[in-house]
Design a protein around this ligand. Structure first.
Ligand SMILES: [Zn+2]
Length: 65
């Protein structure tokens, strides 16, 4: 494994589509979840500009100590 190989096969950084504006953002934050009766819950993300529109708070991904 070479440095060049690792650069070519590096994973894409995390990004998600904003639930408000629909833009893909690497700084998206979790703003909610939608429970589904026949599957895992869907996580809703918002870009940093639109995150303040939602009551962003702790999510199931956050660990409360
Ligand atoms: Zn947005």
């Amino acid at each position: 494994m070479t440095y060049e190989w690792m650069r070519e096969h590096a994973p894409e950084p995390f990004s998600a589509v904003c639930v408000h504006c629909g833009q893909k953002s690497s700084g998206a934050v979790v703003v909610g979840h939608v429970d589904r009766p026949s599957g895992p819950p869907v996580t809703l993300y918002a870009c940093p500009d639109d995150a303040v529109r939602y009551d962003a708070g702790p999510s199931p991904f956050d660990m409360i100590l």
